[in-house]
Design a protein around this ligand. Sequence first.
Ligand SMILES: [Fe+2]
Length: 146
Amino acid sequence: MDTKDKKIWGNSPKALNLLNQALQLEYSLIFYYPRLASAIEDKEARNLVLKLGSDSIKHADVVASAIQELGGTPLWSFEPFPEGIDLIKIFQVQLEKEKLALQLHLKNAGLAPAGSLRNRFENMAKEEESHIQIVKNILSNQRVAL
Ligand SMILES: [Fe+2]
């Protein structure tokens, strides 16, 4: 990203806020998927859930790098894994988070100057579409050990 682009994007009041929202969302996905995976009996579904977790780690890296390039500080927090709530409900919340991640990556792609970083956000948005489908499939097959 050249300095001019960085200045334009970095000065957008929404940019860092949106990026940090995306980062926190990816972190909340990261923290839940491994535990969800360990509760799933079906091997294929379990591997898909682990992939969702590792993709979310890569996404968090991209978002955190963008924040640093803009001179911001990556902020993160995590929610403790809910106890006593059934796994289907947790997957339903994960589905909403994946949908929100898609919207945030698209918004960030729209704000980013044309170039490799914009492409990375567009690619992450495409991956979120497949994540949404994976979570929907898991929910519709109900291949979740309760
Ligand atoms: Fe995702």
